[in-house]
Design a protein around this ligand. Structure first.
Ligand SMILES: Cc1cc2nc3c(=O)[nH]c(=O)nc-3n(C[C@H](O)[C@H](O)[C@H](O)COP(=O)(O)OP(=O)(O)OC[C@H]3O[C@@H](n4cnc5c(N)ncnc54)[C@H](O)[C@@H]3O)c2cc1C
Length: 154
């Protein structure tokens, strides 16, 4: 509980999270399942977190899981620089810092109700889109139908 404003937590301060599972998806992308040490993160499809690694810094990473999934959340991280290389060295049971969630959650969750949906995305852009896709799959009674197109880099 934040003492100054009374809200549940201060999203601007890093909170501890535990790594539950890591798995390489391909040569450069790592799947990470995490849970906040103080309970559920609480987020909307399309939001991101700031991931901090002690001594390395922090990087914004989109949340890839749907908020309908409880007991933790998922990230997919492309190995590119200092922080993401450090994330790729994480093992089950390691602790990292998480700030957020941030962003407006850009997906039109309310407008999608009762509509046929088409998803188009490419490359690492699939990471935040997967959150909304899984949200829709978990709420199929609210959406009419769904088609998906994923464009891959050449
Ligand atoms: C809202 C948001 C969501 C994101 N979601 C994801 C996600 O889900 N998954 C994901 O993998 N990424 C995501 N990213 C991208 C990720 O945050 C960046 O790749 C981040 O910079 C990685 O941090 P780093 O410390 O590993 O790399 P950095 O050290 O920041 O390096 C990034 C790149 O810049 C180059 N570089 C660094 N310093 C210099 C320099 N001085 N001169 C020239 N080049 C330099 C590096 O070589 C590297 O190619 C997201 C970014 C944003 C803004």
């Amino acid at each position: 509980m934040c003492e100054c404003c009374g809200t549940k937590k201060d999203i601007y301060l890093p909170q501890l999270a535990t790594v539950n599972k890591v798995r390489m998806m391909n040569g450069t992308e790592l799947y990470v399942h995490l849970s906040m040490d103080d309970g559920e993160l609480g987020y909307k499809p399309g939001q991101f977190v700031e991931v901090s690694i002690t001594g390395m810094g922090e990087a914004p990473i989109s949340i890839s899981s749907s908020p309908t999934q409880k007991g933790g959340f998922e990230l997919v991280v492309r190995k590119i620089g200092n922080v993401t290389n450090a994330i790729h060295k994480l093992k089950t049971g390691d602790k990292i810092g998480i700030r957020g969630p941030f962003g407006n959650g850009c997906y039109p969750v309310e407008q999608a109700k009762g509509k046929d949906l088409v998803f188009i995305c490419g490359g690492i852009g699939l990471v935040p889109q997967r959150s909304f896709i899984n949200y829709v799959l978990d709420n199929r009674e609210k959406t009419a139908g769904m088609a998906m197109s994923v464009s891959l880099p050449l």
